[in-house]
Every structure is written in structure tokens, then in C-alpha cells.
Design a protein around this ligand. Sequence first.
Ligand SMILES: C[S@@+](CC[C@H](N)C(=O)[O-])C[C@H]1O[C@@H](n2cnc3c(N)ncnc32)[C@H](O)[C@@H]1O
Length: 203
Amino acid sequence: MGLYSRFVLPRFIDGICGIADTEKQRRKIIPAAEGVVMEVGIGSGLNLPIYCAARVTKVIGVDPDGHIWKRATDRREAVPFRVDRIGVSGEEIPLDSKSADTVVVTYSLCTIPDPVAALTEMRRILKPGGRLLFVEHGEAPDAAVRKWQSRIDPVWKHIAGGCHSGRPILDYINRAGWTLDRIDQGYIPGPKALSYEYWGSAR
Ligand SMILES: C[S@@+](CC[C@H](N)C(=O)[O-])C[C@H]1O[C@@H](n2cnc3c(N)ncnc32)[C@H](O)[C@@H]1O
């Protein structure tokens, strides 16, 4: 792992994912989490202060990157519920089937190398009756913006730790066998190629 990935990238991701407009997005979805929560791609723990402490008993973060996880220390220590991290990829998670009440993924399906495999693992681990909660950026509906998404990707993915600007998020969720029960989408403030978002829940 190079110096950029170790020292610069965790700060960059924490900063860019922590802006006020994304926090606003998180606040629309994350408070619905309950019970034992598995959060895939937990990063620097930006969702931790947004979980409803009265509803959540434990958060299990799944993320292969230990450097970004170090940036979660203050947030982890400030919440009243237990937070553990498993340092593995979301495509193969060593947790029992039907062991989480809620599965959360935010701003990570853009980066996970095989998002359909990860979403399939999430489905295996969710208890019957539980929900997947997500907030993601991805493919824009406008051809001109999609053109920019493909233009910037070869450079952007190197700067942003493997992030793809225009992935077809809903297609991935459907292909992994989920049924959407709430979906919203639209541009949030910011550069259009990076600001078309999908947020909601699935069963
Ligand atoms: C843009 S960051 C988002 C972090 C956090 N979810 C948030 O909302 O701020 C993407 C995260 O996905 C993680 N990631 C990359 N590959 C992954 C994989 N195969 N499985 C799980 N997480 C992965 C990265 O380490 C990083 O923490």
C-alpha cells in the first residue's frame, strides 16, 4: 500500500464523504436502522453519530481498509452502542446467515469491486423481515452527465480509492435479488457527475 493510500486517501474520503450535503442524505435513511446492524464499507464511521442510539444495539462494520477505520476512532468512542469492525471485503463476509437486523451501505457500492456479490452477501446475512438501507451515488439519467461520468472515471478512480462515478446502483440491487420498498433519486448539490444519488430501502 502506497503513501497516498495510507495517509492522503483516508483524509480525502473522510472529508468528501463528510460534507453537509451527504450528511443530509444520511439523515434521511440511517435513523431507520435497528437492532444488530451490519454496515458494509463503514469507512471512517460517518454514519455512527446518525444512528438512533435507542434503536441500535450493535454495529458491525465490514471494511478491508484499516487506515480509513482509524479515522473512525472518535466517532466509535462517542456512541453508546458497541461497534466492531471486520477487516474483510464485502464480497465474502464471515458472519452467520440471518444474523443482522439491518444492513447498511452508503457511498460504497461505487467502490466495492464486485457490488452484486457484496449485495448478495448482505442478503444472506440479513434476518427475514429486516431491511437493507442505502444511500449511494451513481449513474445519472442525463446522457450528457453520463458522458462526463465515463470521461472522469479513469482518473477519478485513482484519486478516490477505486470509486466509479456512474455505476448502475438500482440494477445491482435488483440483480442481487432484493426488492425495493422505498426509492428516491436525484441530484444533490455538487458536480453533476458525482452528485446523482439513490437512497432508500430494500427487503
Ligand atoms: C467512499 S468510502 C465510503 C465510506 C462510508 N461508507 C461512508 O458512507 O462515508 C468507500 C468505502 O468502501 C470501502 N471498500 C472498498 N472495497 C470494499 C470491499 N470490497 N468491501 C467492503 N468495503 C470496501 C473502502 O475501504 C471505503 O471505506
